[in-house]
Design a protein around this ligand. Structure first.
Ligand code: HEM
Length: 427
């Protein structure tokens, strides 16, 4: 009897408890369903409780395809709810210029509180630092990149020889070769050394950088719900371990370069060593400068590859433009001093004009305002040297039936599968 009574009381309590929980959930769901945003927020798709629009963006055309659909429906500025985070997307030149230049959104800072970003970087490095740290990283980087310009040209050119050879041997390996050249260029920019892409050291470094960059991918689930790190901590741990090894390598290299007398700055480590010797940057944490160097591999990843692929595809689709480019290049090489100042010198900037300011609002592909891309000169030099080396040796033909130039998104916007043929120029 006594037992029965106790049971009936506890069941009653439980039902009351569950009823309360369900009622609370219902209220939360009602409040959240369809979003409860301040009036100043841009429009966006209705989201589900807790997950927001995650299920919508994951299905069908994937993240990029769905974002394009949202743009069509809600305009150039729209919001999307990823779990508990509200992201605002800005698309198109006009909307980007207005937001970045007029509203100075770049000064609002980068989201360095995202779980993996915060765990791995602790607010340091260039991409995810803000305020004084980001200003110091940018100032160091712009000076160092300027000093390394000539060395980088030589390093890219050395790789161009391998690219040309590999096209002759196996044209299908071009993308692979470009990816290797992209990474080799950044390594050379940081260390001043040229690592053959078949060497063990190149592969060791590649693995370390990949592990580190993998931990910083924004799409890691724990960036949406930090408690998910319990299940996905492997990537974060691997990134931390790889980063520690890379920092140790850079510290050792710095010590060696500091010991060398009157060393000309050709790479970032040299610039850093020389600035320290001159008493500059002494008050800035070494790890911050090292992470700034490592961030270049993350920021440049796949962008140079995609840029060269787009350029080759465009010139393959426009045979007349390709032929004109080849003629111009030959004129430069044949030293026509009526056409070029200092024709004997390799000056890629005469084509790409990298000295022009990004902030004049005419174009936004390298970003605008105070956080615009520091890698622009390197990117355009890479594009010019690689593409011109190829078209001087080969006539590039697009064999793809569908010439629509469709794209897909995988960390950057890439051309959909295309089939290029490289015809060796004989005369
Ligand atoms: C096709 C090539 C490239 C394009 C289109 C590109 C574009 C961009 C854009 C749009 C931004 C963001 C700007 C902003 O937030 O306002 C950016 C940032 C950045 N880019 Fe590039 N980039 C390219 C190549 C590179 C390369 C090769 C490097 C390094 C060697 C690099 C290093 C960086 C860094 C470090 C940042 C962050 C700057 C900061 O946070 O202050 N980029 N880039």
């Amino acid at each position: 009897m006594h037992l029965n009574m106790e049971t009936s009381v506890s069941v009653g309590d439980l039902s009351l408890y569950f009823a309360f929980v369900i009622l609370t959930l219902a209220v939360v769901i009602l409040i959240n369903y369809g979003g409860n945003y301040p009036a100043s927020f841009p429009p966006g798709p209705r989201g589900w409780p807790v997950v927001g629009n995650l299920l919508q963006v994951a299905k069908g055309d994937g993240l990029y395809g769905n974002l394009l659909k949202f743009r069509q429906e809600y305009g150039d500025v729209f919001r999307v709810q990823f779990g508990q985070q509200t992201w605002v997307f800005i698309a198109g030149h006009k909307a980007i210029t207005e937001t970045v230049l007029k509203m100075k959104t770049t000064e609002a800072g980068r989201p360095n509180w995202l779980y993996t970003v915060h765990t791995v970087l602790q607010g340091k490095g260039i991409i995810y630092s803000n305020g004084v740290l980001s200003a110091a990283a940018r100032s160091f980087l712009f000076d160092a990149l300027d000093e390394a310009k000539e060395h980088i040209e030589k390093s890219i050119l050395a790789n161009c020889t391998d690219i040309i050879r590999s096209i002759g041997e196996d044209p299908d390996s071009l993308s692979q070769r470009l990816t290797e050249t992209e990474f080799a260029t950044v390594l050379s920019l940081i260390t001043g050394e040229r690592f053959p892409t078949a060497s063990d050291e190149y592969h060791r470094l590649r693995q370390l950088f990949d592990a580190r960059n993998g931990g910083l991918t924004l799409g890691n689930p724990q960036n949406l719900f930090s408690w998910l790190n319990t299940f996905y901590r492997g990537k974060t741990d691997a990134a931390l371990e790889a980063q520690a090894k890379l920092i140790k390598d850079l510290s050792d290299l710095l010590m060696t370069r500091m010991e060398q007398v009157d060393h000309r700055s050709e790479c970032l480590i040299d610039s850093y060593a020389n600035q320290l010797k001159q008493g500059k940057l002494k008050n800035i944490d070494k790890t911050h400068i090292f992470l700034t160097m490592l961030d270049l591999a993350l920021a440049s990843k796949d962008s140079l590859l995609a840029m060269v692929q787009w350029t080759l595809l465009n010139i393959a689709n426009n045979a007349d433009v390709q032929s004109k480019c080849r003629q111009e290049l030959l004129k430069t090489i044949l030293s026509d001093d009526k056409l070029w100042t200092c024709p004997a010198q390799l000056q890629p900037e005469r084509f790409s004009n990298p000295g022009s300011s990004d902030v004049d609002g005419k174009e936004a592909k390298y970003g605008l305002g105070s956080r615009h891309c520091p890698g622009r000169t390197l990117a355009e030099t890479f594009q010019y040297l690689v593409v011109s080396s190829i078209i001087l040796e080969y006539e590039v033909e697009n064999l793809t039936e569908d010439k629509s130039m469709d794209s897909y998104f995988k960390s950057v916007l890439r051309p959909k599968a295309f089939n290029l043929k490289f015809n060796k120029i004989t005369n």
